[in-house]
Ligand binder design. Structure first.
Ligand code: PMP
Length: 367
C-alpha cells in the first residue's frame, strides 16, 4: 500500500547515510587519522557558521534539540527566566524544574499561539537573566518575529540572554543569529532529513555556560564526549540540501500548505488554527470540530495517511503546548497537524483531503 507522510515536524526521512570509513578515528587523537577527523568536524562547523551568521567556534554539536535546550536552560544564568506557556517540553521541562528549585519564572500567555510583545516588554526587568522562546512552534507552525524580539530584549536589558529553540526553523528559514541578537540557538538534524541523535547549540562568545555532564575537554568541556566526524559530515549533507535550496523548498512547502488550506475549506466545520500569514508553511494545524483528533488520526492511519494530533513527544494526549495556544473552545481536542517536507507533492495533498472528506463524513455519521 502506498502512504502519505505528513508528519515531518515529528521527523523526516533521512537522506542516504554518508560513510567515510577513514573518519571513524577519535578526533582528539593526534595521529593523522585523528587530525583528519577533527578537520572534518571543524569544516562542518565553518560551513554552518557561515549559513547562520555566527563563528564556528560558537557551535557545539549535541545529541539533538532536547539536549541543546537543556544545556541552554540549565547551564546558563537562569536565576530569572521569561518564557511562554506554549514551549516544547524540552524547554518547558527544565524551566519547570528550575522554578521548583530556585529560579523566578514569568510565563507569558499566548493568544492564538502568539506572545504579546507589550507583555514581554513589561516582563523584562534588570534582574531578568534568560529569555527562552521558540522560533517556529512545533504544534501550530506559528512563527515569532525573532529579530524584532531580539532587538526588544536587548533594548530593555542587554545582559539578559536570548535563547531561541530553532528546531522547526533551522534549514527552513534564513537566519543570521548575530543580527537577531541571539545568544543561544538550538537546532536538530532529523527535522531536515538528517539523522536522529544529532543537533547542536550555538553559544555566543562571552556567554558563560556550565556543562550538564563532566568529562574530557572536547568542545571546550561544555559538551564533553568523543566527537563523531562521520555524523558531522552526514549532517552537513542534510544541511547542504536544505540551505542550498532554502527559498525553493520554502515556496514548495507554501504551495502544499496553501493548497491544503484551500481544499480543507470545503469540509464543513473544519477550521484552520494556524494564522497562515504568520506561520511556517511547513506546518498546518486544523480542527475538525466535533471529532476527537486522535480518532481521526487513527482513521487516516488505517488508510495510509500519517499525520499527528500534536507533537509526537506528547503521545496520544492533547499537549500542554497546544492547549496553551488558547485557540477557541474545542479546537485543541479536535486538532490535526499536517507537516510537510520538500518530498511531498500537491497530488498527495489532494489525495489526503479526499480521504479526509470520506473519513470525516463517516465519523460524523453522515455516510
Ligand atoms: N524543540 C522543538 C520545537 C521540536 O519540535 C523538537 C522535536 N519535536 C525538539 C525541540 C526536540 O528535538 P530532538 O528530537 O532533536 O531532541
Amino acid at each position: 500500500m502506498g502512504y502519505i507522510y505528513f508528519d515531518n515536524a515529528a521527523t523526516t526521512k533521512p537522506l542516504d547515510n554518508f560513510l567515510d570509513n577513514k573518519l571513524y578515528s577519535n578526533p582528539s587523537s593526534v595521529h593523522e587519522f585523528g587530525i583528519n577527523a577533527m578537520e572534518a568536524i571543524v569544516s562542518v562547523k565553518k560551513y554552518l557558521a557561515e549559513k547562520i551568521g555566527c563563528s564556528h567556534e560558537e557551535i557545539y554539536f549535541t545529541s539533538g534539540a532536547t539536549e541543546s535546550n537543556n544545556i541552554a536552560v540549565l547551564g546558563s544564568n537562569n536565576k530569572s527566566i521569561i518564557t511562554t506557556k506554549n514551549q516544547h517540553p524540552s524547554v518547558a521541562g527544565p524551566i519547570k524544574a528550575l522554578h521548583q528549585k530556585k529560579s523566578t519564572v514569568k510565563y507569558l500567555d499566548v493568544l492564538g499561539g502568539f506572545l504579546n510583545i507589550r507583555e514581554l516588554e513589561y516582563a523584562i526587568d534588570q534582574d531578568t537573566t534568560l529569555i527562552s522562546l521558540t522560533h517556529v512552534n512545533n504544534e501550530s507552525g506559528i512563527t515569532e518575529d525573532i529579530k524584532k524580539l531580539g532587538f526588544l530584549i536587548k533594548k530593555n536589558n542587554p545582559r539578559a540572554l536570548f535563547h531561541v529553540d530553532g528546531a522547526q526553523s533551522f534549514g527552513k528559514f534564513e537566519i543570521n543569529l548575530k543580527a537577531c541578537n541571539i545568544d543561544l540557538f538550538t537546532f536538530s538534524a532529523h527535522k531536515i532529513h538528517g539523522n536522529k541523535g544529532f543537533g547542536g547549540l550555538v553559544i555566543n562568545k562571552g556567554v558563560n555556560i556550565k556543562p550538564l555532564f563532566y568529562g574530557g575537554q572536547q568542545q571546550n568541556g561544555i559538551r564533553p564526549g568523543t566527537e563523531d566526524a562521520m555524523a558531522a559530515l552526514a549532517f552537513k549533507k542534510a544541511c547542504s540540501a536544505a540551505f542550498d535550496n532554502i527559498q525553493k523548498n520554502y515556496q514548495h512547502a507554501a504551495t502544499l500548505r496553501d493548497t491544503m488550506a484551500a481544499l480543507l475549506s470545503e469540509i464543513p466545520d473544519c477550521v484552520i488554527n494556524t494564522d497562515l500569514e504568520n506561520s511556517s508553511p511547513y506546518i498546518l494545524n486544523a480542527s475538525f470540530l466535533g471529532i476527537k483528533g486522535e480518532i481521526l488520526l487513527n482513521a487516516l492511519s488505517e488508510k495510509g495517511v500519517y499525520v499527528a494530533t500534536g507533537a509526537a513527544c506528547s503521545g496520544r494526549q492533547v499537549s500542554n503546548n497546544l492547549i496553551a495556544h488558547n485557540f477557541p473552545e474545542g479546537h485543541a481536542e479536535s486538532a490535526i497537524r499536517f507537516s510537510f517536507s520538500r518530498y511531498n507533492t500537491v497530488q498527495e495533498v489532494e489525495l489526503c483531503v479526499s480521504i479526509l472528506k470520506g473519513e470525516v463524513k463517516k465519523l460524523r455519521g453522515e455516510s
